[in-house]
Design a protein around this ligand. Structure first.
Ligand code: HEM
Length: 188
């Protein structure tokens, strides 16, 4: 097969993501009918430069594709798999994360980047019902395990990446359950 060749792109604050990362200090707090489930985890997170996209001959987006695979420390088994893109629009300074998980939930989170010396912080959020940065889920999930909001802050400093994300769920009669995930990873 021929090697893939992407267009040159200005990845801006997303350039620091590109590469393969591993981390084993993950902490997940997830809902259970009778309380919480606390799951220490390890993961791999791979970001690949994927060129650019032009919309309506006007909007230029730089594209970074990612795949996150998370395993439970207690069993060594994968329990979260996530794919998506990070997008950068230089003209407006907008950062976008698209996210899909195999529970039939997908979302588009928007925000911005902050640069402090050699530290880059990406901050995005999505809200169900928002016409700008929204969440789409299957009828089952909307009924039984509804995702209401998603907030994500990711920080890269050299070869260290850390993130903190909160997914607000309506599940098991808890109208605003905070499902949280944090980890720190090293570039491989
Ligand atoms: C490192 C990231 C994540 C991990 C390790 C993780 C892990 C988990 C676990 C262990 C559960 C409980 C499953 C069960 O009781 O069988 C859960 C539930 C859920 N998660 Fe996540 N999650 C992550 C990120 C996300 C994200 C980003 C979203 C959506 C934006 C999400 C949406 C959900 C939903 C809707 C449920 C409810 C389903 C259920 O408990 O039956 N999760 N997650």
């Amino acid at each position: 097969m021929n090697e893939l060749v992407y267009e040159e792109a200005d990845y801006g604050p997303l350039a620091c993501l590109i590469g393969a990362w591993k981390g084993d200090s993950g902490e997940d707090l997830a809902p259970e009918p009778d309380g919480d489930e606390h799951n220490p985890y390890f993961e791999t997170l791979v970001f690949e430069a994927a060129g650019d996209a032009t919309n309506a001959e006007e909007q230029e987006l730089a594209v970074v594709r990612y795949h996150q695979v998370v395993s439970r420390k207690t069993t060594g088994k994968v329990f979260h798999d996530q794919v998506g893109y990070w997008l950068w629009e230089a003209a407006t300074g907008t950062v976008i994360q698209t996210l899909t998980i195999p529970r039939a939930v997908t979302l588009l989170a928007g925000g911005h980047a902050i640069t402090q010396g050699n530290r880059t912080i990406l901050r995005v959020r999505a809200k169900e019902g928002s016409t700008e940065w929204g969440i789409v889920q299957s009828p089952f999930m909307r009924e039984k395990a509804r995702t209401l909001e998603f907030r994500h802050e990711l920080t890269v400093e050299g070869d260290k990446l850390s993130y903190d994300e909160t997914t607000v769920l309506d599940i098991y009669g808890k109208p605003r359950y905070l499902h949280t995930d944090q980890n720190t990873l090293k570039r491989q």
